[in-house]
Design a binder for this molecule. Sequence first.
Ligand code: PAF
Length: 294
Amino acid sequence: MSAFKGIKMGNAQVFRSAEALRNKIQSRQLVETVGLVPTMGALHHGHISLVNKAFEMCDCVVVSIFVNPKQFNNAGDLDKYPRMLEKDVELLKEAGDVLVFAPSVEEVYPKDYEEVQLDLADLGNVMEGRFRPGHFDGVVNVIKQFFEMVKPTHSFFGEKDFQQLAVIQYMTAAFDLPVEIVPCVIVREKSGLASSSRNVRLSEREKEEALVIFDALSKSKELSESKTISEVKAFVKELFSNSELELEYFQIVDPLTLQELKEWAPGAHACMAAFCGPVRLIDNMQLVAMKENQ
Ligand code: PAF
């Protein structure tokens, strides 16, 4: 009897239950490595680059699509988060033989679910953690749960969510989880705008206006050679005061601790969030090269 109990969309298989997904993986021959690409759907080129990387490194690739209610601290944002499973599956079919895991909220968080508590210390209370209280607790819970449900050997995360990546690396080490976390470079549109599921909520005009984000990061990188950190921050503040976007934060941080730097150091990294109308966008860029072996 076939182990497949999911829904067929074209020739892509969409699994609603973790058990059916695991049976399917086990039924495949010669699968030693399983790559998980966790997503919240509304897939774009950035996600597809993670999927391609997963195919390069793993025998079997699972893409999860789940809008995680625990990581939204704003109910309106959760409601407005784009949901388009059929379109996502169509896009994934072009990427290869992907197993799509799209569980319900009850499958991920059953009635007896016990919340994971992890003290993220200084990693959790800066930048996104400061402006979106509880957000990373939600991310930690969902990713730990997905690792338990899918049992991947590798999992792929975009560097656009720079702090999220640091939190997931920290969590994986803290719980000693047997998963290799693979960071993947930011994918940008030709204009420089970082690919994001939220971009579908921007009009063409807003997309133009949002280019101030990439501009701020690129110019900060240039200026890091001649100006102090305070001067670069003042420059970015001024750039935004003349734009249509509202800057929430722009910080220059150590890439490992994510604590603010007062002076330039190897690996200095700029992270920022800004509102383009009601749409919150984040982006980041390394401003100063790492030291060799750093
Ligand atoms: O980056 C995202 O899309 C989400 O935070 C993630 C990692 C899929 C967890 O819900």
